[in-house]
Structures are given as C-alpha cells and as structure tokens.
Design a protein around this ligand. Structure first.
Ligand code: PLP
Length: 455
C-alpha cells in the first residue's frame, strides 16, 4: 500500500502541460482551459515505478475497491492522510447508497467469448469475439463508472478538508440518455444537487426518471443556424457560474476517465486469468471518454508490466457524424506515412495546439439509431487518436443498416443490448469484411447500453 506523502499519480494537461495546484479541491479542468486554440484536457499519469497492477487482490467484486490503488482519488486520499481502510469504507458506503437508489451497486461485469457471435462472424476456434457486458451495470450502462470515479474525488476533497460538505457546489451534465441517468443515480446516492441539460427530443420516459431521481432538468432547443450541441453550450455556461461538471467529457472533467478505466482493468484481469491475448478491441465513440478509458487502461497495464502490448484499438462512429474519423485523418496527413511513437507524439502535440483544424463540431445535426454516439464533437479525441495510432488501429464509420444488423446479432447472442451498445460490433463486422480482423484473431467488443422498455 502507498504510504508516502506524494500522490502516486499526477494530473497534466495534454494540450499545454499545466497541472492544477495540489490545494485545488476539484482538479477537473486544466487551469488554462479556454486559452488559445489548444486542446486542454487533464490526463492522469500513474507513477508506474511505485505501483503494481492489482492482480489477485482478495478484495471482492467491487471494481472501485479492487482497482483503488490505480485511482488518483485514492492517491490523493492516502497522501492526505486517509488510511487504506478508510478509503475502502468510503467506496463501500457510496456503493450501498447507489444500491439503495438503483437496486444494485458496482460489481465486476461479465467478460467472455461469445460462441454465437464468433461463429456468426466466421471466426476459427482459436479466435473469436469477447464481449464485455455492461448492460446490467448501474443505471443500465457503463456511464456510471465514469461518474463514480468523480464522486469519489468529491468525497475525498471533503474528507481532506479541501471542501466543505456545508457548501457543496451543484453538479451539472449535458446528456439525453445513459450518462444523465447514471449521473442522476450517482448524484442522488451522494446526496448532491444535479442539473441536467437535455435536447428537445429527449426520451420522455428518461426525463421522467431523471425528475424522479431528483435532478433538475432543462430542455435546450437548437438555435437556428448554429452548430454545436446546445445542451453542451448550456453545460459550459453552468460551469462558468460555478457548477461542477458531473459529466463524461474529459475536457470538462479529466477525472471522469479514471472511473471508466475500471472496464479495461477488469478485462485485463480476466484475460490474464484465462491466459488470452487480445489482438483487437473495437469501441463505439460518442464524446470519446469510453475509448479514451480503454486506451489508457490497456496502456497502463503494459507500463505496469502485466500485458505485453495493447490490443489494436479501432473506433466506431455512424455515417451521421464522425468527427473523430475526420480528426484522425488530419493527424494522419501530418504524419505523412511515418509511424514511430516519437513522430506520433510530435504530430499530436501539433494537433493539440491547433485544435479547431482537427476537431470541430459536426456541421449538420446527426441522426442515427445509435443515439448515444451522436456527439457533435469527440471531446476526448486526442487520447483516442493517440490510442489508435500507437496500437495500429483505425476509425470505422458504419451505416445504419450495419448498426441494425449488429444489434440483431447481439440480441440473438443473448444480450439485452441497445443499438448504441452494440455499435462496436457493427464496426467489427466491417473490419471482418475488409479483412482487417482475421478469423484466428481475438477481438473484444463492449456492449455498453441496455435496451430499455419501449415507451
Ligand atoms: C451505451 C453507450 N455506449 C457508448 C457511448 C459512447 O461513450 P462516449 O461518449 O464516452 O464515447 C455512450 C454515450 O452516451 C452510450 O450511451
């Protein structure tokens, strides 16, 4: 266990290199956010010389307990004087509040080879499709993981005396679906106020559930002739008025990523136990926090010496909107065919300091059956482009027909997954057709969202 006073991880802006001060209670954004055309996103860097991957830790089935020694909230708590057992108790208390609100708390989710999907996509016995099934997770998706990670930071700030429980800032999120539901569950569990900004076409059943959970919901219409997501614009306004981003966009809250990384840590542990090496991972991308979490968790497992190499990261967006694929193309042009990690780092630094040349809001209002990945912008694009370039993966843009086909296949395989949740599988079908993924290779997809009752 870590007992020294320096935290075993630090936060650094990937765009400008700045770090928040150690006394900052809510170190969620780069202190220079908004300056220049720079991609200011705080990234957590583990001091891998002082950490080990928590293998075979007999701490049960709660991911935030199991993988706590890799969390910045834990490092902060420990360096501020909290005992390991106090942090564990804090997680367990929050988790039982989550269970009271949502019926169950966080547990390690299933991950295994699907015979049905592997056969249907023509894989050999040595290869196949491994599914990480998040459909039974808190609030019906993986999103709660990001926000549980943030909630732990909020709690730790109070325990360390950096923030007062008497004067808690309100929390805010822009989302119409899974992230909003997860935020409302977690905010209720943590006893915190939440404002949710939703689009005009938000699902009425979801809006009703948000209100039931005590969230304050504001509907945000699109202004005529404007680009960019109006709910996101309102979130930015709210943050400028003092609210804290309780959202899954890494640029608004860089610490949202580490909770999401528990997905990758769980996959790494399962793969090690079953002695399987993954060749590819195919991840659906909206705002990019999920794919960023996957890239970073596998990268850290490599740095911590438990995995030889990261699987090739491929990302999936719809033909309705693919700002990540556009940004990836821009960075590829800078690279002009060179592939060394030093060249990639140089190109990414260049892209980070000319953000709008690479990442800008999609020009038309996107539509798709995969409603959860229709973000106008991929907020965590830089980390995801880096993950693809360094692992040898690439973006895939799928049609509506492919999304429908993948969803049917996922359901036939016995998963209660929605079209967004199975969109990674749609990308995998394309990659199989193109021969990028071969029949003897092992591929992971993430089924991230449950199919909800029809209204
Ligand atoms: C079910 C589901 N899967 C995947 C995603 C994409 O995650 P991200 O926005 O982090 O890219 C979302 C986002 O809303 C989602 O709801």
């Amino acid at each position: 266990m870590i007992t020294v006073s320096e935290p075993a991880s630090r936060l650094v802006c990937s765009g400008c290199g700045s770090s928040p001060s150690a006394a900052e209670p809510y170190p969620f954004r780069c202190p220079r956010a908004g300056e220049g055309d720079v991609d200011h996103v705080l990234q957590r860097h583990l001091d891998t010389t002082r950490l080990r991957f928590p293998l075979g830790d007999a701490t049960g089935n709660e991911p935030f307990v199991q993988y706590r020694t890799l969390l910045h909230s834990y490092h902060r708590a420990r360096s501020g004087g909290l005992a390991d057992a106090e942090f564990v108790a804090l997680v367990e208390r929050l988790d039982s509040s989550v269970a009271q609100v949502d019926g169950h708390g966080f547990v390690v989710t299933p991950f295994g080879r699907s015979e049905h999907l592997s056969k249907s996509l023509g894989f050999e016995d040595s290869g196949g499709v491994w599914v990480k099934d998040e459909t039974g997770n808190v609030a019906g998706s993986h999103k709660g993981r990001h926000l549980m990670g943030v909630l732990l930071h909020l709690e730790v700030a109070e325990r360390l005396g950096l923030a007062s429980p008497e004067h808690r800032p309100g929390l805010a999120i822009a989302s119409c679906g899974n992230a909003a539901l997860a935020a409302a569950v977690l905010a209720a569990a943590g006893g915190r106020r939440l404002r949710v900004f939703v689009p005009v076409d938000a699902d009425a059943a979801i809006v009703a559930r948000l209100a039931d959970l005590g969230a304050d919901v504001t509907v945000c219409p699109r202004g005529p002739g404007t680009t960019g997501d109006p709910t996101y614009a309102r979130l930015r306004e709210e943050i400028s008025l003092g609210a804290l981003a309780f959202s899954c966009q890494g640029n608004e809250n860089g610490l949202a990523i580490e909770g999401g990384e528990t997905i990758g840590y769980e996959m790494v542990s399962d793969l090690l136990r079953s002695e399987v090496d993954l060749d590819h991972i195919v991840v659906q991308v909206g705002g990019g926090a999920l794919a960023s979490s996957c890239a970073q968790s596998f990268g850290e497992a490599v740095d911590l010496g438990v995995v030889a190499r990261s699987p090739r990261l491929h990302t999936v967006q719809t033909s309705g909107a693919h700002p990540l694929e556009r940004a990836y193309g821009g960075v590829q042009r800078l690279l002009a065919g060179v592939t060394s990690h030093e060249d990639i780092d140089r190109a990414l630094r260049e892209a980070a300091s000319h953000r709008s040349d690479f990442m800008r809001p999609w020009e038309s209002e996107p539509k798709s059956i995969a409603t959860g990945i229709l973000d106008d912008e991929t907020y965590d694009w830089l980390a995801v482009v880096e993950g693809m370039l360094k692992s040898g993966g690439r973006p895939v843009v799928v049609t509506e027909e492919r999304l429908a086909e993948a969803n049917e296949l996922g359901k036939d395989g016995g998963f209660r997954v929605d079209a967004t949740g199975s969109s990674g599988l749609a990308g995998l079908i394309d990659l199989r057709v193109e021969g990028v993924v071969r029949p003897e290779e092992r591929v992971a997809v993430l089924f991230t969202g449950t199919e909800r009752e029809a209204k």
